[in-house]
Design a protein around this ligand. Structure first.
Ligand code: HMG
Length: 336
């Protein structure tokens, strides 16, 4: 009887904390990864002008952080081999951040030829994925990324860290949150301003995200963390809710739900940006993103790729809704 009462008390306490946190969710920073994470897995080469147009459309929709390219080995990911051209061609809008992904000093030197302000480094949270994705151990990867981070900080750039496979790895299975917390700490020590926790194969659930957050928040503040969910098992938004409960302020997403990693077997697209924005408007968070323009950007790239959008919101909001505020009303379930 006593333990039942205690369990009910704990449940009520946790529900109250949840409602309190969600009612104060505001200022969520959206970090769009479509032009990089979204496209890197596409087998058909996307011409530079299409990549550039997509980036312009995202910026026009009001997205303020757009990861545009990666400077990885073209032998490993051919789709990203035109990073220099992309970065040299885009017309940069004031107030928009255009980061790029960097695997090593060679990639960094190339990226520095094209006016870069932010770089992202990406160690793996598991040995198996590190070997497949970076051709080295986690420790060796961290050493290489540290060289990049130290140089970038010296050059006055912002450095973002990703950790991939934070919940599960296609080669090693479930991943313990303690190891992820340790890598998070190392990334901050290298000079990262933010660490994005990547569920690369999308196996996470609200429960595993809670366990991860409890461990990682022992070494980091929620405002310095980002969440990067692939939606393979359809858990993206519920995982995000679990993360928001801990005060997370930055969320990665990909236009039209594109995405996947060529070296992560079974990985599918990221949480779709259209779904994320609709969800945030529903919570009363004003993202300043124009949903009509965002949906157009999603359709632009899906049409080019010849596939149906993975965004449920994009699919649901057919051409009936041409007005951003009408869509926001649907999201917030408000009536005049
Ligand atoms: C790390 C390496 C380069 C090691 O690849 P390696 O083959 O071991 O490299 P190496 O150092 O032995 O060099 C071999 C050759 O590659 C060249 N090379 C070496 N580096 C570069 C470079 N930067 N740019 C251009 N060329 C390069 C180098 O110069 C050399 O050329 P050669 O002498 O034979 O002519 C390779 O494994 C690689 O590029 N991996 C990246 C794979 C990738 O892009 N994966 C997807 C991104 S990660 C991801 O999506 C997850 C994330 C971040 O989104 C989070 C999540 O979703 O959860």
């Amino acid at each position: 009887m006593h333990s039942l009462k205690r369990a009910i008390k704990l449940k009520v306490k946790s529900e109250l904390r949840y409602i309190r946190t969600l009612s104060t969710v505001s200022d969520i920073r959206i970090y769009e990864v479509g032009p990089r994470d979204g496209l890197q897995n596409e087998s058909k080469f996307v011409p530079t002008d299409v990549k550039v147009e997509l980036i312009h459309k995202l910026a026009a929709a009001g997205i303020k952080n757009i990861e545009c390219a990666s400077f990885v080995s073209p032998k490993w990911v051919k789709q990203m081999s035109d990073g220099i051209d992309v970065m040299k061609t885009i017309k940069r809008s004031p107030g928009v951040n255009y980061p790029v992904l960097i695997p090593n000093l060679k990639g960094y030197e190339t990226a520095m030829k094209c006016n870069i302000e932010e770089v992202a480094i990406f160690p793996a949270g598991s040995e198996g994925f590190s070997q497949k994705n970076l051709n080295c151990s986690v420790e060796e990867g961290l050493k290489r990324f540290k060289e990049v981070a130290v140089q970038a900080v010296k050059d006055g750039l912002r450095v973002r860290g990703y950790i991939s496979c934070v919940v599960g790895c296609p080669y090693d299975g479930p991943i313990h949150p303690k190891g992820i917390a340790k890598i998070t700490e190392e990334l901050f020590e290298m000079g990262c301003y933010e660490v994005s926790l990547g569920d690369t194969i999308g196996v996470g659930t609200a429960g595993s995200v809670q366990r991860l957050m409890r461990e990682v928040l022992k070494v980091a503040k929620p405002e310095n963390l980002a969440l990067h969910f692939h939606d393979t098992y359809g858990q993206g938004l519920s995982n995000l809710l679990a993360g928001l409960e801990f005060g997370i302020k930055t969320v990665d997403s990909s236009i039209s739900g594109l995405g996947g990693c060529p070296y992560a077997r079974g990985a599918t697209g990221n949480l779709a940006t259209e779904d994320l924005v609709y969800f945030l408007y529903g919570l009363g968070v004003n993202t300043n993103v124009d949903l009509v323009k965002l949906i157009e950007a999603g359709r632009y790239i899906s049409n080019f790729l010849g596939k149906m959008t993975e965004s449920r919101v994009n699919r649901a909001l057919s051409d009936r809704f041409k007005n951003h505020s009408d869509i926001v009303k649907i999201a917030a379930c408000t009536v005049n």
